[in-house]
Design a protein around this ligand. Structure first.
Ligand code: ZN
Length: 562
């Protein structure tokens, strides 16, 4: 490709709303352009990278036995209503009506659509297993689209869905997909972690996320360097050290004037923060109240609580709601409370602890379960943090941030039961099909790669996904010899099928270098002053090589590169 005939509108300035490197460089280097909030155009450079990523994904999905198809983007509301997600999805679902006033949605995901296809065409165990995938534009009306391609309202995904006759078979398929995902992210050159994840709104039995390590990432991960345990904070477990038994002391109400926070109470009563038990009053799905007890040094994990309650959302009760329950703000406690009480496992072997007294300016000390009040049970509601003991080997956990690029779920029968997607098994009985689903954020991967491959001058594409492999710069286009040599190398590379960009534009050498650094094509041949000595310069964009090469050695250099 000749740069003079190509479209690569580079910018000198950072886009005003861009904070993260991938957003800045993809726009500045002319890979993408915004059309509206969270909606981007892929310019020829961006499109080339996108197709390479898609093809790597496609290769490994095909090798794993998945079948590519393409489902409609426009999906009828009737399908979403069958699973209840027409309501659950809320404002994130892009909804529209056709001329007959029938409701439709632009698909953010396709469990309903594919399940409908399968239930209409699968009758018997002989028709299974099936494993489909598609690479398609998806829509989600994000409240805050940001970071360029990282969180958009229109984006490209690879979504896959598997259908098996038994959970055992479904787990095998899940493992095959997991393996394919590892191959994909390795081939893309990403530094990533596979982590245990929350099943969230999609629902199901278990799931894993593939998270690329980036400082600006929105996913919070805890992991263990010793045994390899890794999980999204929303789902992360941690070990709670067993406490030694203590003789039970007499419960006592103490005056704690205006002392509310855990730290204040601990200081005032001169007890460690681990002796304080917080009583958090939550409202689930805007109807039911529940009290949750958790040790003073542990943050409650609302995802775990939501899942335990099988709720769609939970929130802390506000002061007026607390008042209606007879609880003064800051002094909530479990004793005498008339709502269900749940406790985190951190409270299980705690003795003689401190709780609020449900009375302004008072706390109870030396409180014990079950002597002083009853609870429904001990569960895991804690948020893991750096330093907490690993749930597997008890070594201290580490924390990092990342960008989720893949997510796989063993769905079980959540969708097949809701939509009557059944098959007749060998024993003649009708059973629901066992499903899995497997997503990859294809357009987001462009950003993820740039987040890991850039410097202060621009992008440094890995060879596998680079828009071009070799960038030839002719610094002085008035120099006939330079033009001749440049075009000669260009033609030879083209004949070999190498993707090459030749910058023969009539602009300054400085601008050519600036653009080349911004674009990030991995290999570069510079035809400049040293041509007088019969030499050209070979550079790697990552800075690891900068060599003068004799023209007669060019062929062997290019051979080495390919
Ligand atoms: Zn561990």
């Amino acid at each position: 490709m000749l740069a003079s005939k190509f479209f690569m509108p580079t910018l000198k300035e950072n886009p005003a709303d861009a904070i993260v490197p991938s957003h800045i460089y993809l726009v500045r280097a002319g890979f993408i352009r915004p059309l509206a909030a969270g909606i981007y155009e892929y310019l020829p450079l961006g499109f080339r990278v996108l197709k390479k990523i898609e093809n790597i994904i496609r290769k490994h999905m095909d090798n794993a036995g998945a079948l590519e198809l393409l489902l409609p983007i426009l999906t009828p509301a009737s399908l979403w209503k069958e699973t209840g997600r027409w309501d659950v999805y809320g404002k994130e679902l892009f909804r529209l009506k056709d001329r007959k006033d029938t409701d439709f949605a632009l698909g953010p995901t396709h469990e309903e659509t594919i399940t409908d296809l399968v239930r209409k065409n699968v009758r018997s165990y002989k028709d299974l297993p099936l494993n489909f995938y598609q690479i398609q534009t998806k829509f989600r009306d994000e409240a805050r689209p940001r970071y360029g391609l990282i969180r958009g309202r229109e984006f490209i995904m690879k979504d896959g869905y598997s259908f098996d006759v038994s959970e055992e078979d479904a787990i095998k398929t899940y493992e095959v997909m997991k393996d394919a995902y590892h191959k994909i992210f390795k081939e893309l050159g990403l530094d990533y972690l596979m982590v245990e994840a929350d099943v969230g709104a999609i629902g199901g039995k278990f799931s894993h996320e593939f998270v690329v390590k980036v400082p600006s990432g929105e996913a919070h991960i805890v992991y263990c360097e010793k045994c390899g345990y890794a999980a999204n904070v929303e789902a992360a477990k941690f070990h709670r050290h067993k406490l030694p038994p203590e003789p039970l002391l007499e419960k006592e109400k103490v005056y704690t004037p205006s002392i509310k926070s855990v730290e204040e109470v601990a200081n005032f009563l001169k007890v460690p923060i681990t002796k304080i038990v917080k009583t958090l009053i939550y409202k689930a799905d805007e109807k039911d109240y529940v009290a949750v007890l958790i040790r003073g040094d542990i943050e409650l994990n609302e995802t775990k609580l939501t899942n335990h309650l099988k709720a769609i959302e939970v929130r802390l009760a506000n002061p007026e709601e607390l008042e209606s329950l007879g609880i003064p703000e800051g002094f909530a406690g479990p004793i005498g409370l008339n709502i269900p009480i749940l406790a985190d496992k951190s409270v299980e072997d705690l003795h003689n602890f401190v709780v609020g007294a449900n009375e302004k300016d008072y706390h109870y000390i030396n409180v014990n379960i079950p002597r002083d009040f009853k609870i429904e049970g001990f569960y895991d509601f804690g948020t893991a943090k750096e330093g907490d003991p690993c749930p597997v080997c008890h070594s201290p956990l580490k924390e990092t941030t990342g960008l989720e690029v893949g997510h796989i779920f063993l769905l079980g029968t959540k969708y097949s039961k809701a939509m009557n997607a059944n098959f007749v098994d060998k024993d003649g009985k009708e059973k629901p099909i066992i499903m899995g689903c497997y997503g990859i954020g294809v357009s987001r991967l462009i950003s993820a790669i740039v987040e890991q491959y850039h410097d202060d001058k621009g992008i440094i594409w890995p060879d596998n996904v680079a828009p071009f492999k070799i960038h030839i710069l002719i610094l002085n286009t008035k120099d006939e010899k330079a033009m001749e040599v440049g075009f000669d190398i260009y033609r030879k590379l083209k004949e070999k099928g190498v993707e090459v960009l030749l910058d023969e534009r009539d602009i300054s050498a400085g601008m050519k270098f600036k653009d080349a650094d911004l674009l990030g094509i991995p290999h570069r041949i510079v035809i400049g002053k040293s041509l007088q000595e019969g030499k050209v310069e070979y550079q790697k964009r990552d800075g690891s090589i900068k060599d003068l090469v004799n023209l007669e050695d060019m062929d062997s250099l290019l051979k080495g590169l390919l």
